[in-house]
Design a protein around this ligand. Sequence first.
Ligand code: NOJ
Length: 527
Amino acid sequence: MTKMWANSTALYQIYPRSFMDSNGDGVGDIPGIIEKLPYLQGLGVDAIWLSPVYASPQVDCGYDVSDYRTIDPLFGTLADMDALIAATHKSGLKIVMDFVANHTSNQHEWFKQASTDRHSPYRDYYVWRDAKLDGSEPTNWISLAGGKSWTWSESAGQYYLHSFMPEQPDLNWDNPKVRQEMCDILRFWLDRGVDGFRIDAAWPIAKSYEDEVVLDAKHPADYGSYVHDKCKNGPKMIAYMKEMAQVMTEYTDAFMIFEYYTDEHNKDEVGEYQELSYINPLVSAPFVFDMFRLPWHASARAKRMAELYQRIAPGVRISHALGNHDQTRIVSRFGESQARALAVAQLTLPGMPTIYNGEEIGMSDYAVPKSARQDNFQAGGGMGGRDPERTPMQWSDEAHAGFSTQQPWLPVNVDYKTVNVAQQQHEPESMLALYRQLLQIRRNNKVFRDGTYSPVDPKNGYVWAYQVSNGDESMSVYVNFADQPQKIASPAGQLLVSSVFAVESHSIEANYTLAPYEAVVIQKEKL
Ligand code: NOJ
């Protein structure tokens, strides 16, 4: 583990379109991020990850890159990006870029040439196949964006593959030239000073080109009607991820995090995390999405976390997330008190957690009216309808929530008058105050970053309990999943934080009673 990343407290995901608009065009931009760096310093995170800001036709909000070496004018210029890199470093923060590895835009020069000229050197940068003998698509795969995964190209005379939209053709990672190009792009940004990457959609970079097993023949157009062990997670996937991670080792302090969703049909989901954790634990780690994917159930979580921490590579900094720009916000998923309790868990589990912008003030999904929708993903795919979690950051109760002087690209959530940064800054019991407190104790106590997780029996089935320890330091965390108070078998010690009450650290007796949905952190008295 590189020194700088080893000391890292937490990563903060910025969705640039919705973070801060500095030039009044209704879309967030890079100068807007620079403006808000002091806020992030005050929050207590120490690294930021930017969803893609590369040149793009924006069919998938930047996850369709047409040039990886330039910045889209929507967000600013290359000079703005250089300024942001310098400013984050000056503020003591690190900066991570999103790296769209699996596909490019169909407007990328490589694809333009590949689709019009069979003899182009870029032809084999993408995946081309003839139709099946009956004229149908080469495989029965359904795209995560809805519709089939293959589109016929008249100019190319073949089908091309797209795991997402037709405007996002999959790169052919089996071609060593593609892998070299992609690794060179990583180097381009590392040379410019970025500290790492979030690897977008790592799961489909390798495939086995065969039909998927059909589970529900009545709904052939639905992604969920198939098993997905051919269109993703191919035998070479880990090898290709290793090649990317290897590039990090060429630099003193670079790190990468893989976006990877474990498979619902895999009986050993933890085995998938385990495999990813061993790619190169010093310079890479997987996201873990269990915090929002698991049911609201104490023992299900206790069981999963115990197994996870037992099996992952020693020292790896897995990144627990409560959400992101593709997922229902945690408050909308489970409720506000529950979100507060989960924040305590997320920010006390060993690793390097990622906070999605707005989570720290308890932003919820907003039912964006049909006429204002922006997400081009269609129903039927594995993703889609992601506008509700992408609405603008709520900075204040001023017009457009202080995000912009103009009508923003997506409407602001109507709750911005009460749910906003300015208001919560001064409220000791606000969500923001809780996040600040948690991030501070995380920063002050190394055990939360690299301690050992061990399960604890709270003698209460409604409570998930664990301990993180390191040498003679030991912290116990209890999370009440019930809407009623629960007595627990806890040790006497210092109560460091509660998700319900604004507490200063103070000593408490053994056998605490948790309030409904309360999560607490207790530092054991040293013997
Ligand atoms: C995952 C990203 O998080 C999502 O927003 C995007 O649409 C797909 N990958 C395709 O790049």
